[in-house]
Design a protein. Structure first.
Lengths: 203, 340
């Protein structure tokens, strides 16, 4: 019985073997349609089996054209892989982003650079409007600060207005405030509150 | 034992292995039935007393949370808190929302909160949803030991996400939900592992051990004004123009506020289609670095940031990335147009 959590995917995700084999063969012979080349290259780049076929098809092609070298190096691609694998990765010097922050496409790189800087700021929110109870102070990672807007507003009542502007708190309070409104404007009013709690999970 | 059950449920959700008894019905009769189930869900969620534990999955994160909801002469009360990781909690009392988050507390005392134009218990408004979403009855399933009806809500265009809802057959309460991507794959899921409907919930269950006493006071007295919060005010004239929205989204709020330091006057617009909500924040930067430029994602919410005329424009909502980008890039600053 199929699960109904997701939409059913009707199209087959993997093309039959003989179709891909004929695509590879056509590409070796430079006869593959331009539109099909990117897909074939992507498959070739991630599939060891097809990389082996690629080498064999070239070998066959060369043999048919009498271009066989005197010595065959069948482990050439393995050695290339080994060199790439041994190459040291670039050092990560930036502070890692919060794991709930997921840059996506397009401006992702620029956005992530900006956010590294922003989230690196130390919060300077010490003057809570409400004094926390002992249990709250013990359980919460840093001094809580009251954000006390009516539902219409996002506003920090923190006294921190110096150079260490609580940028993270500003962005965060926008998201909290958005969810506050979303709960009032959605059929499923519980879910935005769950998101308020949930997206703080890994911070 | 409970932990074991949670773990099993999380694994089952992640693997997508829970199987409703399968049939699909999208006939007009099924549409009517789906609408009745949604009305039932809205009423049950607001009026019943219940207490339960659920798991919440968003991307790679799995969380367990507990919810306590009560409805009585004093209005609606709800307490929602995390069971793992740093303590996080949201308390709702009528229009007041108090958030206890790791680094901050936030309250939303809603004394001057204006109701949205989507009072969704009204069937007519559910009818509006049908213009932008298709409803299907997907059959039965069992969640937390209870029989459920499964409803699919499919967007009719690419500007919004789809949903799956599992509703308790006996009372309509939501026992499981999934937010589906443009490809129809679950991005965010919630599923109860136990839920008890009760005739009465003791008042002490709504008291958070983590909340400062003042927060409790506010939540108990809805009329109590928040003394030190700078209030937002509705915007009658704005220098900002938001371009044509995806069909079905209506503006439900436009406010202006200034945070305590006075450095960042901000306008906030909220648009909703009845299921999805989009916020637009327009914040004066005063030559400070922007909060966000370009596309980003916060949990299941997509966001798009841009800088226009020295302002941070931030559009965020539980809608596809293309939707927030479309709205952000349609925004114009026209101060002359705002003058009478």
């Amino acid at each position: 019985m199929a699960d109904k959590t997701a939409e059913e995917i009707l199209a087959p995700t993997t093309p039959p073997v003989d179709i891909v084999a004929s695509q590879l063969s056509a590409m070796v012979d430079d006869e593959l349609a331009d539109a099909e080349i990117p897909l074939a290259l992507r498959r070739l780049s991630r599939d060891d089996d097809w990389q082996g076929r690629w080498e064999r098809y070239h070998l066959i092609s060369d043999a048919l054209q009498s271009h066989i070298p005197t010595a065959l190096d069948t482990r050439f691609s393995d050695r290339i892989h080994q060199v790439v694998a041994n190459e040291p990765l670039p050092r990560v010097t930036a502070r890692p982003l919060p794991s709930w922050y997921k840059p996506v496409t397009g401006f992702a790189l620029a956005a992530s650079v900006v956010l590294v800087a922003l989230f690196g700021l130390k919060l300077n929110q010490s003057d809570a409007t409400f004094a926390p109870t002992a249990s709250l102070a013990a359980n919460i990672s840093s001094s809580p600060t009251m954000i006390s807007p009516p539902l219409q507003t996002v506003s920090l009542t923190s006294s921190a207005s110096d150079a260490n502007e609580p940028v993270e708190a500003r962005l965060n309070s926008y998201l909290v405030n958005h969810n506050g409104y979303a709960s009032r404007n959605s059929v499923n009013g519980m879910l935005p509150y769950v998101r308020m709690v949930g997206y703080q999970a890994s911070r | 034992m409970k932990r074991k059950l949670l773990t099993c449920a999380a694994l089952a959700l992640a693997a997508g292995s829970l199987s409703p008894i399968g049939w699909t019905d999208s006939s007009p009769r099924a549409l009517k039935e789906a609408r009745q189930w949604l009305e039932r869900m809205i009423e049950a969620t607001q009026t019943l007393n219940y207490e339960g534990t659920f798991i919440y999955i968003q991307g790679p994160h799995v969380e367990s949370m507990r919810i306590i909801h009560g409805s009585g002469p004093n209005g609606e009360r709800q307490r929602l808190f995390s069971l793992n990781g740093p303590p996080r909690e949201v308390m709702v009392a009528n229009n007041h929302v108090v958030c206890l988050l790791p680094r901050q507390q936030a309250t939303f005392p809603g004394s001057d909160y204006q109701r949205s134009p989507f009072p969704l218990s009204i069937p007519r408004e559910l009818g509006r949803l049908e213009s932008h979403y298709a409803f299907e009855m997907l059959g039965e399933d069992r969640i937390a030991g209870l029989d459920t009806q499964v409803i699919a809500i499919k967007p009719r265009d690419a500007w919004r996400f789809g949903y799956r809802l599992w509703l308790d057959e006996s009372n309509g309460l939501l026992l499981r939900s999934a937010l589906l991507s443009e490809q129809g794959q679950p991005m965010e899921q919630l599923m109860f592992t136990d839920l008890q409907v009760k005739p009465h919930i003791d008042e002490s269950a709504f008291q958070s051990p983590a909340a400062p006493p003042e927060a409790a006071l506010i939540s108990e007295e809805p009329g109590n004004p928040e003394p030190s919060s700078p209030a937002g005010e509705p915007v009658a004239e704005s220098a900002w123009r938001v371009g044509p929205l995806p069909e079905g989204f209506a503006k439900v709020l436009h406010n202006r506020f200034t945070e305590a330091s006075g450095q960042h006057p901000t306008e906030h617009l909220v648009f909703a289609d009845g299921l999805a909500t989009i916020s637009v924040f327009l914040e004066k930067l005063n030559h400070q670095p922007p909060l966000l430029q370009g596309q980003s994602r916060f949990g299941s919410m997509n966001a798009f940031g841009a800088v226009i005329a020295g302002h941070q424009v931030l559009v965020v909502g539980e809608v596809p990335a293309a939707t927030v980008q479309r709205i952000a890039t349609s925004i114009e600053y026209a101060p002359e147009a705002a003058k009478p």
